[in-house]
Ligand binder design. Sequence first.
Ligand SMILES: [Zn+2]
Ligand SMILES: [Zn+2]
Length: 161
Amino acid sequence: MRDLKPYAERCLKKIDVLKIRRAKDIQFKINTRAKTRLGVCKKTGQSYLIEIASALLDERVPESELENTLLHEILHTCRGCMKHTGKWKQLADKVNAAYGCNISRTASKDALPEELAHKPRYKVVCPNCGAVYERYKRSALIQHPERYRCGKCGGRLDARC
Ligand SMILES: [Zn+2]
Ligand SMILES: [Zn+2]
């Protein structure tokens, strides 16, 4: 597991070097329950809380993904930057141009290696041999398993979960 703090500090510095006016009071926290979003920025009064999905602190994830997410969220603390358009977008372009990074409007778990991303939500189990077919979306197989046969044993499939 990486330590969040040095990465957060490095990213704050990158923003400051470009003379971008961000909030002074920013707390960083690791979110272990994040489902799809890699980062969240919340405002309470004059202070901001940035939550970073714990998956990004895994050493198998490229450091750049962690930094892109931190920079993305830090930019939300700038005045008038809670949306991904207008000023936020201009600042993101500026940071991307300065550091060759890739801050995007949306940062989802799709950016992560497969094994770290969210688990498939749907599955069909072959009642005959127990083979499991997992899907991220409600595909035809999930909706109508009776139309399909098991790829392993040729048996009829049945919906589970
Ligand atoms: Zn955002
Ligand atoms: Zn089977």
